[in-house]
Design a binder for this molecule. Structure first.
Ligand SMILES: NC(=O)c1ccc[n+]([C@@H]2O[C@H](COP(=O)([O-])OP(=O)(O)OC[C@H]3O[C@@H](n4cnc5c(N)ncnc54)[C@H](OP(=O)(O)O)[C@@H]3O)[C@@H](O)[C@H]2O)c1
Length: 297
């Protein structure tokens, strides 16, 4: 590779996407991925000191307050991580001519209708989490010229806490389960997010960056949480995982109330990113099969 970054800051390197980013971006320069003990991102002053000391020229920010229900009662903490931190990183990046890649969520949309959302649609978040993430996106756009914002959904990986791992655990413990079947979206593999991010960053290194702005980055295809669970258990059985589960049923969102409201329609149109990078994003089922085959073997 002809050119690399001097120093790459990956926030939230212990998270699902952050862990994969540290692997996917390692060829692009020296990676800094401070743990929470090394850098508490809720401490704005500590973040300023860290940036001044290490002067990253690429900042990739998957760190977030991702506890959607807890955000309803921890608005200040969620706002710091999801809004103020991206704003702070964006101001630094703009001032120091660094490139900023940030991550956002399907939860910025209202969830009405059944058409896939476009990046140009007006967001209308239903929850504190969604509101704080949307304000973070707006801050990045406002404060930093050279940025990318990737909105993703239903993230899973073979590590961390996620729906896939919860289902596998419950499937071994319970003989019946009811899963919500009226919220639609695309399960998205954290490694795929990191690899596509790497491709976009490579374009920047080649001096052919894709245009700054918001892009949807999710696996292709659509399902609901029940369909996701069904596919997980099918693959688990094919991999001979001993499951106690005998009956998988569907329930409505109304039958499974949560502190934070979830959008019913989380379908995201990915054409903008596919066209910008000249790629076709993989289908969610194919990615799930691939992840489970390696995770369970
Ligand atoms: N998960 C999903 O289903 C989903 C869906 C749509 C969009 N997204 C977005 O995608 C991005 C990545 O999500 P993810 O699932 O990879 O998140 P995740 O696994 O929950 O990881 C979050 C990361 O942020 C770090 N973090 C949080 N507060 C911190 C603090 N005060 N100081 C230092 N580190 C802190 C965590 O560190 P610790 O390990 O120390 O806690 C962790 O490394 C986020 O922007 C999220 O909003 C996620």
């Amino acid at each position: 590779m002809s050119k690399t970054f001097k120093s790459i800051l990956v926030t939230g390197g212990s998270g699902q996407v952050g862990y994969e980013l540290c692997r996917a971006l390692s060829a692009f320069g020296s990676i800094l991925a401070p743990s929470r003990d090394e850098l508490d991102l809720s401490d704005a002053n500590a973040v300023d000191v860290y940036l001044a000391k290490h002067q990253p020229d690429l900042i990739v920010n998957p760190a977030a307050w991702t506890a959607v229900d807890a955000a309803e009662t921890h608005q200040n903490e969620a706002t710091r991580l999801n809004t103020a931190l991206p704003a702070q990183l964006a101001k630094y990046a703009d001032k120091h001519n660094a490139y900023l890649v940030h991550y956002s969520t399907d939860y910025v949309y209202a969830g009405t209708g059944d058409k896939p959302w476009l990046e140009s649609d007006t967001p209308a978040p239903l929850s504190v989490y969604g509101q704080t993430k949307l304000a973070g996106d707006q801050a990045v756009v406002h404060h930093c010229k050279n940025h990318l914002i990737f909105r993703t959904s239903w993230v899973y990986a073979d590590r961390g806490n996620n729906f896939l791992k919860t289902m596998l655990k419950l499937g071994e413990q319970r003989d019946s389960l009811n899963i919500v079947n009226d919220q639609f979206g695309a399960p998205t593999n954290a490694r795929m997010i990191a690899q596509v991010t790497a491709l976009a960053i490579y374009r920047k290194l080649l001096n052919q960056p894709i245009e700054s702005g918001v892009y949807h980055l999710v696996n292709n295809g659509v399902t609901n949480w029940y369909g996701f669970a069904e596919a997980i258990f099918k693959q688990a059985r094919l991999n001979n995982l001993p499951l106690k589960l005998d009956k998988l049923g569907g329930i409505s969102t109304a039958e499974f109330p949560t502190p934070a409201a979830r959008p019913a329609n989380s379908r995201l149109n990915v054409s903008k990113l596919e066209n910008a990078l000249g790629i076709k994003l993989p289908n969610w089922q194919q990615q799930l099969e691939y992840t489970l085959n390696s995770y369970l073997k």
